[in-house]
Design a protein. Structure first.
Length: 132
């Protein structure tokens, strides 16, 4: 809820019409968060625990470790190669997907990121030793 209110108040610092979408999205998020909080405080049954346990904790730790390794590899290998490797590891280890699907998703995702952000929008992406 605090994040939503921060978005609402910081939207005023934007230029004339640029604040419209962030302001209203932040306001809607704050209202929905308040409704969730009131509903949670009114109920007597706490419900099932939402924290992971057992295998869920191991999967969460693996994703966290893989993400840290991905960020560490970005400047060394570049965005495209690091993204392909990151997705291959996640899909093969966590989802046990076959090689054809894993390679197709990894290459399509990395290629899409490269062409949309690197070529079309001209966002400078990290390049590695291979130059891409």
């Amino acid at each position: 809820m605090l994040l939503a209110l921060a978005v609402v108040f910081s939207a005023g610092a934007l230029r004339q019409y640029a604040y419209f979408l962030p302001f209203w999205l932040g306001l809607v998020m704050a209202v929905l968060a308040t409704m969730l909080l009131v509903g949670a405080l009114r109920t007597k049954d706490p419900g099932a625990s939402w924290l992971p346990s057992g295998e869920g904790v191991r999967r969460l730790a693996f994703v966290l470790g893989a993400t840290i390794a991905y960020v560490a590899m970005l400047n060394l290998l570049g965005m495209v190669v690091a993204t392909v490797l990151f997705l291959i590891v996640l899909m093969r280890v966590l989802d046990r997907c076959g090689w054809p699907l894993t390679l197709a998703v990894a290459l399509a995702t990395a290629g899409s990121i490269y062409f949309v952000f690197g070529r079309w929008l001209k966002v400078p992406l990290p390049t590695g030793v291979l130059g891409f």
